[in-house]
Design a protein around this ligand. Structure first.
Ligand SMILES: *Cc1c(COP(=O)(O)O)cnc(C)c1O
Length: 387
């Protein structure tokens, strides 16, 4: 299917709504029936009828079909956050006594689920360094039901060989989930590499304008239908019609935004690499990146996230750099129009700062839609303020 067709036409039945170019926001909680038997059928199979908007909704349906096509998936569900997509995907595939193998340092709220919530129900997790597939094999137990991946990671961009891990999991009848937020389906399609469930935070590139929180989970009809009937409906974590509409709008410009951001990121990367006050830069499609070969093999591109280590002896230097930026804002998240900086040291108490620990001097930069020169001028003047 052509990308342009998916983004502009797929699932849009415009004759149903006055030939409007933009789809309607069907802001309705419920849908009426004229025959008891039709209502009965809807109760029996809510996955094929509009009954109640905690389940399906016509605006959401347009979005689901487009997102599934982008992932090369049979089906997808859209959640009111990436975190709830993670929660439902994992919960649906484990029970008491089961064991999960997760790549080390997955997204914060995936970690919370593995460390705090699941142990209360007798589900345990082993973390492995995912840069070597043998580590997953070594951690296998008879109770292992799920392998949880995130490739690349969104701080240090550590990758897993998705094809190899998926093949290993298949041999043992284990479900695989991959957090694909970093790449988005335009730059990486985990399902095509054999992964069972692909998820992403749509808050990032799909939304693209820093105005909606959402998550996408894609996979086979069988897996998605199972999740819909249990965790999705029961946690009520579907997206609202208005937010679904915002994501459809975001999709229209997704390829151009990613192309622009990818180009700008390469320019900013080259600039940071030659800056004397920058010790090291991490970016998966930089030839100096330790897993560059794997990144080039399994990713079609990389966008706006990169990390770098400042040369600094004191926490005040890192703080002064961040606070001196005039245009690049300090905030969590990424994928929007605006460039952002996030210092790792915001997660530690100032008295714990240790310049010997590179992580304490680490910053994550998100390159948004601004011009490269505008961003580099801002970075340069802030770097000059470190003394
Ligand atoms: C942001 C993010 C999430 C969570 O998404 P929300 O929409 O914020 O709930 C999950 N994984 C990664 C890698 C993320 O960056």
């Amino acid at each position: 299917m052509d990308l342009s067709y998916i983004l502009n036409e797929l699932a849009e039945d415009r004759e149903q709504y006055f030939n409007a170019i933009a789809p309607p926001i069907i802001q309705s909680s419920n849908f009426a029936f004229s025959k008891v038997d039709d209502l009965r059928k809807a109760f029996a199979d809510e996955y094929s009828t509009f009954l109640y908007s905690r389940g399906l909704n016509p605006t959401l349906d347009i979005l689901r079909k487009k997102l599934a096509a982008l992932d090369g998936a049979e089906d997808c569900l859209v959640f009111n956050s990436g975190a709830s997509a993670i929660f439902c995907a994992v919960l649906a595939n484990v029970k008491a006594g089961d064991h999960i193998i997760s790549v080390q340092k997955p997204y914060t709220w995936a970690q919370r689920m593995f460390n705090v919530i699941l142990p209360r129900f007798g589900v345990t997790t082993t973390y492995v360094d995912g840069t070597n597939t043998a580590h997953f094999e070594a951690a296998l137990r008879p109770q292992t039901k799920l392998i949880y991946l995130e490739s690349p990671n969104s701080w240090d961009y550590a990758l897993q060989d998705l094809t190899a891990v998926a093949a290993l999991a298949k041999q043992h009848g284990i479900i695989t989930i991959c957090d694909n937020s970093y790449c988005s389906p335009l730059y990486q399609r985990p399902l095509e590499m054999g992964i069972d469930l692909s998820l992403q935070s749509a808050t990032k590139y799909i939304g693209g304008h820093s105005d909606v929180v959402a998550g996408v989970l894609s996979g086979s009809c069988a897996l998605m239908e199972k999740i819909f009937h249990s965790e999705y409906l029961n946690t009520g974590s579907g997206i609202s019609p208005f937010n679904a509409w915002l994501l459809i709008r975001g999709l229209r410009t997704l390829p151009m935004r990613l192309e622009h951001i990818s180009r700008t990121t390469q320019t900013v990367l080259a600039f940071l690499k030659q800056e004397p006050k920058v010790e090291k830069v991490l970016f998966p499609l930089d030839e100096d990146f330790p897993q560059y070969a794997l990144a080039a093999k399994q990713m079609k591109g990389a966008c706006g996230l990169l990390s770098f280590y400042l040369k600094a002896e004191k926490i005040e230097q890192v703080e002064s750099f961040c606070e001196s930026l005039q245009h690049i804002r300090m905030a969590v998240s990424w994928g929007g129009h605006e460039s952002l900086i996030l210092p790792r040291c915001a997660g530690i108490r100032p008295e714990k700062f240790n310049p010997e620990n590179p992580e304490h001097r680490m910053l994550r930069l998100y390159v948004g839609l601004e011009e490269a020169n505008y961003l580099m001028r801002d970075l340069e003047q802030a770097l000059e303020k470190i003394n």
